[in-house]
Design a protein. Structure first.
Ligand code: NAD
Length: 325
């Protein structure tokens, strides 16, 4: 491809570094500037990603003449600030989820971005992940008959997970917690697969200190008329579990550990291979498929990345679950 899409990356923690790592595998994306408020994060990125230009400040990364898209990979409290800065400089915005720290801030951001006419998208990776697309295709092909019930089960032995140890904001109720961080992906996926989801009931267990995030949550939702059962918890023995199951009249399919597609057979589950070539694994294939869509977004071509307005609908439901009954 002749044209490389210039991306400025703001926030160089877990997910910002993943963007640098995955963008480095392609020749149609160019990191025109990368910046983090923490000098150590900038130093680490400069050392580990020599192709990415580390900017002197956020504005110079965003305003760089080659920047077409600004990727906002900071914690949620700063998504609005950088999205608006990008919009003010005529850049497209690719923002991380959750959209904002609360519904009011999310609504404001969507209003501001839409009234500026800024093209916008949010990084829910199930928009592109081959396993999720294969699940959607199998359901549409009638592999399980009419879908009847959705279940989402999350368990984390430690929260935040070990690889997120530096992201301490994830431990706190204000911005973090696994309901926002992980369940939001599955709320997005349900909406993408079936349509509108609403809250029916929820109960959330918080530690008594008033500031730490949830320890456990149960919720009953409705998705396009189907019951959705959610159970989520953290802390304790055993392996982590991230499982999304759709049960139908004639069978069941599930995503196991994010990107493993399985179908019910007899009394158990069997793997359903999903083609991840030319990438080495499903995780890379998912991220690369999302970057394929990001390139199309940069070019102004059709693609299926969710908009901020869609991310706001996800956020409304997530915050409603967290409110409890
Ligand atoms: N889409 C996904 O699959 C996925 C996965 C993980 C995280 N996320 C989202 O990505 C965002 C970041 O998460 P993370 O795990 O990378 O967190 P993190 O804490 O590892 O990284 C955030 C980085 O942002 C920097 N930062 C904080 N305030 C800043 C500011 N005002 N200006 C510039 N930089 C600032 C921090 O120094 C840190 O390096 C969150 O919204 C999170 O929910 C999305």
């Amino acid at each position: 491809m002749d044209e490389r899409i210039g991306v400025a990356v703001i926030g160089l923690g877990v997910i910002g570094r993943r963007m640098l790592e995955q963008a480095a595998l392609r020749d149609d994306l160019e990191i025109t500037g990368a910046w983090d408020i923490d000098p150590q994060a900038r130093e680490r990125a400069a050392r580990d990603f020599p192709r990415a230009r580390i900017a002197t400040d956020a504005l110079s990364a965003i305003a760089d003449a080659g920047t077409r898209i600004v990727y906002v990979g900071t914690p949620p409290a700063f998504h609005r600030e950088y999205s608006l800065l990008a919009s003010a400089h005529g850049r497209k915005v690719f923002c991380e989820k959750p959209l904002a720290v609360d519904v009011a801030q999310g609504e404001r951001l969507v209003r501001e971005i839409e009234s500026a006419g800024t093209p916008n998208a949010v990084n829910f990776v199930y928009a592109s992940a081959p396993a999720a697309r294969a699940l959607a295709a199998a359901i549409a092909d009638g592999a399980i008959g009419r879908p009847l019930l959705i279940e989402t089960r999350l368990f984390f032995a430690r929260w935040p997970r070990d690889w997120q140890a530096s992201a301490q904001w994830l431990s706190y109720r204000a911005e973090g917690g696994f309901v926002r961080e992980v369940l939001s992906h599955f709320v997005y996926l349900m909406r993408d697969l079936f349509g509108d989801c609403t809250h029916r009931a929820s109960f959330v267990d918080y530690p008594g200190d008033g500031k730490s995030c949830e320890r456990a949550a149960v919720a009953m939702l409705d998705c396009a008329g189907m019951p959705v059962v959610v159970t989520a918890g953290a802390g304790g023995g055993g392996p982590d579990e991230v499982v999304f199951t759709v049960r139908g009249e004639r069978g069941a399919l599930r995503l196991d550990n994010w990107y493993g597609l399985q179908r019910a057979e007899g009394a158990g589950w069997v793997d359903t291979p999903v083609d991840h070539r030319p990438h080495p694994d499903m995780r890379t294939a998912a991220y690369q498929a999302q970057l394929d869509a990001l390139v199309q977004f940069g070019l102004g071509a059709p693609q299926r990345l969710p908009t901020m307005a869609m991310a706001l609908e996800v956020q409304r439901l997530i915050e409603r679950i967290l409110q409890g009954d």
